[in-house]
Design a protein around this ligand. Sequence first.
Ligand code: GUN
Length: 287
Amino acid sequence: MGGQLIDGKALAEELREAFKPRTAALAAKGHRPGLAVILAGEDPASQVYVRNKVNACEAAGIFSLEARYSADVPQETLLAKIAALNADPAIHGILVQLPLPRHMDEKTVLEAISPEKDVDGFHAASLGALVQGHPCFIPCTPHGVMKMLEAHGIDPSGKEAVIIGRSSIVGKPMAALLLNANATVTVCHSKTLDLPAHARRADILVAALGKPRFVTASMVKPGAVVIDVGINRLPPEEGGKLCGDVDFESVREVASLITPVPGGVGPMTITMLLANTIEAAERRAGK
Ligand code: GUN
């Protein structure tokens, strides 16, 4: 037996179908959503993510512009590009792929993006609005997780939600979203004492720490919903495949619902990026 799969790929396709009337309505008014993707450096995983984002835009009828730079690009060059994109009416969303090269200050670069075009939701103004429950662009991965829960009829209200990982990209916004949905939220991290004891209390367990197969069956309450945000490449001696932060085979036996890797959260992240870009274009067109 084992828990039921949450099929992120199928849900992503369903949501992307629903974008078509929205992009058609924009096109009828002479607008086409546009996304700019900035990549600095040659990180192989980032290159794959950026390619996937650009391809997904093309398939959804969204104009995309890729700005690539070598790892030693001065921060000022990136800031000047962002300023130009902020002023460009054909661009509705701007995304700076992370991680940035070490000599750059991530906060300075992200905060140069106009909040109106912050489709990744990483600007302090976006995260502040999210925490306060105001309308904003929601970071794509945690937003995708909420859509998956919703699609499976999981209402977080009153449930124990435990998030492993406190990144600004996933853990922190995930905590805000689950809290806004009335869950009782615990965020675990590298300094947490007895992390398995926290994890075992979870009705909804989100693993977003970036360690392959960290969550094992003994850390999961029977019947829990397990969301695996991890995308880790195993070393060649272990097959070189992608694997999540959850030990899928063993945890599946305990969980009621579980996301696979690949085919779980990953396709939802890109889908929510498309959703945010379309929404940015709609807001602009409505002005
Ligand atoms: N690096 C890892 N995940 C992401 C993401 O969702 N957006 C951006 N911009 N960079 C990332």
